[in-house]
Design a protein around this ligand. Structure first.
Ligand code: ARG
Length: 465
C-alpha cells in the first residue's frame, strides 16, 4: 500500500524525508510481527473510547470492523505496507482510514504510538512466554521419558571431567528437569511484570480525555495498569528480564548439548544418534555429526548478546520515550525465536534422536576407580577415621595402578594386608550398583531417592501456574 499525504506526523513538515533516512527510520520491516497485537490493542482502545463517550458506539463499531478487515487482509497475504508507512502503527492506521474513511482518523484520540508500541510488545511477549512455558514442559517430559527407563542404569559421574562417582542415569537427567523447572517458574514470574498495561499513558504525560485505562486493560487481559505514565512508556525492563530468563534457558540447554556431544563421541560412546537427528559429512563417509546440540550450543551466544544489547540500549536514556527504544524489537524477536527453536529441536532430539547404550555405560563404570570413595566409606563405617581411611585408599589405588589392576581385582589377602578391617563384603560394597544404591541421602543418587524424585517431578509437571 502507499502512504497517504507527505507524512503522517503533521503538517509542520514541508518536505518529504530523504529516502535513505526514511528507510533508516522505519521499523515496519520487523514490527510487522506485531500486527495482530496492534489490531487487538486498537480494538480495545476503540471500545474504551466508546464506553467513555469520547466517540460514539457506531464510530467504535466502524473502527472495530475496519480493523477486522485489515486482520483478514493480512492473513490472506494482502496487507503489505511499505517503508513509507514507517511502522506497524502508522501502517494499520493508514489502511483503516482507507477502509472506513474519516472516522478512522478518530482512532488515535487519547493515544500515542508510545503507549501503543508498549502495549503491543507486552501482548506479544505474554503470548510467547506462554508458548515457551509449554515447550519447557514438553522438554521436561522428554527427559522424564528417558529417566523412567534408566533409574538403575549406572553412568560415570564426573567432576572436573574426571571420573568421580557412579550415578543413576535417571538422576543425571533429573538434574536437567530441575533446571527446566526453575526456568518455567522464572518465566511465570516475568509474566506477572509483563502483564501490565501502559495503554493510556499517552506520549508521556497521560491525556486530558476522560479515558478508562482499567477498561482497556481488562479487555486485553492485563492484570494491572502502569501507575506512572512516564514509566509506562519508557522502560523496557520487562523485556530485559525476559531475555535474562531466556539466557538461562539456553545456558541450560547448552550444557545438556555439550554432554550429548561428548557422549556421542567414540571416546565415550554413551549414546548413539539416530539418523533422523544427525547429519553426515560431505567428505568423511564414516561420520555422524551431532549438529543439533552443536547448533543449540552455538545459538546460545546470540541470546546472551541480545541481553547485552537491550541493557546497553536502555542505560543512558533520559525520560521518557526515545527512538532508541525501537531497537528493542529485533533482539526481543530473535530471542523468542531462538529459544523456541532450541527447545523444539532439543525435545525432538531427546524423544527420537538419542539412544543410550547401557552396555557401554556398564563397561565404563566397571573399569575405573570411581568406587574408591566407597572403600574409604567402608572403613569409616568400621570405625576408621575418614581422613585416615582416605589416605589409605590413596595407597590402595596407587598399588592397583602399579599392578594394572582394578579395586575389584584385589584378593582378600591383599585387602587385609592393607587394613585388617576388610572382609569379604568389600566386594559388594564396591560394585557400581551398590555404590549408587548406597547414596540414600535426600537428593542423592540412591535408586530409592531417584524413584521418589521421579514421582515428585512428574507431579510438578501437572502444576499450571
Ligand atoms: N516504531 C516505534 C518503535 O518501535 C513506535 C513508537 C514511535 N514513537 C515515536 N514517538 N516516534 O518504538
Amino acid at each position: 500500500m502507499s502512504s497517504s499525504g507527505p507524512k503522517a506526523w503533521s503538517q509542520r513538515f514541508e518536505s518529504a524525508l530523504h529516502p535513505a533516512i526514511a528507510a533508516f527510520n522505519a521499523s515496519i520491516g520487523f514490527d510487522i510481527e506485531l500486527i495482530e497485537q496492534d489490531i487487538r490493542g486498537s480494538e480495545a482502545h476503540a471500545k474504551m473510547l466508546a464506553k467513555t463517550e469520547i466517540i460514539s458506539p457506531e464510530e467504535a463499531a466502524q473502527l472495530v470492523s475496519g480493523l477486522e478487515t485489515i486482520r483478514q487482509e493480512y492473513l490472506a497475504g494482502d496487507f503489505n505496507p511499505s517503508v513509507d508507512d514507517e511502522d506497524i502503527h502508522f501502517a494499520v492506521e493508514h489502511r483503516l482510514v482507507e477502509i472506513v474513511g474519516d472516522v478512522g482518523k478518530k482512532l488515535h484520540t487519547a493515544r500515542s504510538r508510545n503507549d501503543q508500541v508498549g502495549t503491543d510488545i507486552r501482548l506479544y511477549l505474554r503470548e510467547q512466554l506462554d508458548s515457551i512455558r509449554e515447550q519447557l514442559r514438553a522438554f521436561q517430559e522428554a527427559l522424564l521419558g528417558h529417566a523412567e527407563q534408566h533409574v538403575e542404569t549406572v553412568i560415570p559421574g564426573y567432576t572436573h571431567l574426571q571420573r568421580a562417582q557412579p550415578l543413576s542415569l535417571a538422576h543425571h537427567l533429573l538434574a536437567y528437569v530441575e533446571m527446566a523447572q526453575r526456568d518455567w517458574e522464572r518465566l511465570g514470574d516475568v509474566r506477572r511484570r509483563v502483564n501490565i498495561s501502559p495503554l493510556g499513558c499517552g506520549a508521556l504525560a497521560g491525556t486530558p480525555f476522560p479515558i478508562d485505562r482499567m477498561y482497556s486493560a481488562e479487555l486485553l487481559g492485563f492484570e494491572a495498569v502502569y501507575r506512572n505514565s512516564l514509566d509506562g512508556v519508557s522502560d523496557r525492563d520487562f523485556a530485559i528480564e525476559f531475555t535474562a530468563a531466556a539466557s538461562l534457558i539456553v545456558m541450560h540447554l547448552s550444557r545438556l548439548s555439550e554432554e550429548i556431544i561428548l557422549w556421542a563421541a567414540d571416546e565415550f560412546g554413551f549414546v548413539k544418534l539416530t539418523d533422523s537427528c544427525s547429519t553426515g559429512s560431505s567428505i568423511m563417509p564414516q561420520k555422524k555429526n551431532p549438529d543439533v546440540p552443536e547448533l543449540v550450543r552455538g545459538k546460545t551466544g546470540r541470546v546472551f548478546g541480545h541481553l547485552q544489547s537491550l541493557l546497553v540500549m536502555m542505560k543512558g536514556l533520559p525520560m521518557a520515550y526515545n527512538k532508541d527504544l525501537q531497537e528493542d524489537k529485533e533482539p526481543l524477536f530473535d530471542t523468542v525465536k531462538t529459544v523456541q527453536g532450541c527447545l523444539e529441536a532439543m525435545t525432538i532430539l531427546l524423544r527420537q534422536g538419542i539412544q543410550f547404550q547401557p552396555q557401554r555405560l556398564s563397561t565404563a563404570v566397571t573399569t575405573d576407580y570411581s568406587n574408591a570413595t566407597d572403600v574409604a566409606d567402608y572403613l569409616a563405617a568400621k570405625g576408621v577415621p575418614f581422613r585416615e581411611a582416605y589416605n589409605l585408599v590413596g595407597q590402595v589405588v596407587r598399588h592397583c595402578l602399579d599392578q594394572n589392576k582394578l579395586l575389584k581385582d584385589l584378593s582378600l589377602q591383599e585387602w587385609q594386608s592393607l587394613h585388617p578391617a576388610f572382609e569379604t563384603d568389600i566386594y559388594d560394597a564396591i560394585a557400581p550398583q551398590q555404590v549408587v544404591a548406597a547414596r540414600r541421602s535426600f537428593g542423592g543418587t540412591g535408586f530409592e531417592q531417584v524413584r521418589h524424585a521421579l514421582l515428585e517431578a512428574k507431579k510438578r509437571l501437572l502444576v499450571v501456574d
